[in-house]
Design a binder for this molecule. Structure first.
Ligand SMILES: Cc1ncc(C[n+]2csc(CCOP(=O)(O)OP(=O)(O)O)c2C)c(N)n1
Length: 248
């Protein structure tokens, strides 16, 4: 029998404003489902970053704060430390988190802040028109590297899960992909676990979601999902990099 999918009440009943085929909207839906299932929407505070993900502010119906570019982990730290009974999470893109905000995320993780981070990696600066991001793949064309990323000139893609898993404090670090129903289900489980860990008082939890940018990748939506499977997830392998409960 077909199952009726009901919109979580912490999501506004309005059309999303992302490009057609963009998986930001899926990431937001998964986060909302987790908030609803854990019954924490009422005490949630979303700290939004700068980028396409900022449009999450149009979607959620929870308390929100908008941080300056890259600064969401610091803002989230301040909120959680002063209001420990709230549930605080950030929603950040790869330009935001791994470039201008690299220091912020590393030190929030190193301090073991009791916040959760949802990191949407579409391997480009989506909102500003497809410039090279830290996560852009070798050979991938961007508006600032029209012939493709050249490691000799531009360096190699930055793997945030690997970097963060060198630190001692985080309780959970995982990478998932939003390219297929099976991977989307796993992504939801990972987000839920990260959120649960904060509720249990465990330190910093981080979920990276490999996503797409149909506009700046210049690909049809289905091709972009295939690309995540065949190319992006080869460079950024999926898996759990830290899970204190599992001894990983
Ligand atoms: C201090 C500052 N520097 C630069 C910008 C311009 N800016 C806005 S969005 C953005 C890129 C965001 O890219 P990403 O974090 O990858 O998110 P996406 O849009 O791809 O989801 C940049 C550089 C800004 N708003 N503030």
């Amino acid at each position: 029998m077909a199952k009726e999918i009901i919109r979580p009440t912490c999501l506004q009943a309005r059309p999303n404003t992302f490009c057609p085929g963009c998986m930001h909207s899926m990431a937001i839906k998964l986060v909302a489902q987790c908030l609803e299932e854990l019954e924490i929407a009422d005490k949630s505070i979303l700290v939004c970053a700068v980028g396409c993900g900022t449009m999450a502010m149009n979607a959620f119906d929870v308390d929100m704060v908008s941080a300056a570019h890259g600064r969401a982990p610091a803002v989230a730290t301040g909120i959680k430390r002063t209001q420990p009974d709230t549930f605080v999470f950030t929603y950040q893109g790869d330009g935001d988190l791994a470039a201008i905000g690299l220091s912020e995320i590393m030190y929030a993780a190193n301090r073991g802040e009791k916040i959760s981070t949802v990191f949407v990696n579409n391997s480009t600066y989506g909102m500003t028109g497809g410039q090279l991001a830290p996560t852009t793949l070798v050979g991938q064309k961007s508006t600032t590297t029209p012939l493709g990323r050249d490691p000799e000139r531009d360096g190699y893609p930055v793997d945030m899960c690997k970097l963060l898993s060198q630190l001692q404090a985080p309780s959970y670090i995982a990478r998932c992909a939003l390219n297929s129903p099976a991977n989307i289900r796993k992504a939801k489980e990972a987000i839920k676990k990260a959120f649960q860990y904060q509720l249990e008082g465990k330190p910093f939890a981080f979920v990276e979601l490999l996503s797409n940018c149909v506009t700046n990748w210049n690909m049809a939506p289905m091709d972009s999902l295939k690309h995540i499977e065949t190319v992006t997830s080869q460079v950024f392998p999926l898996g759990v990099f830290r899970d204190v409960n599992e001894g990983v």
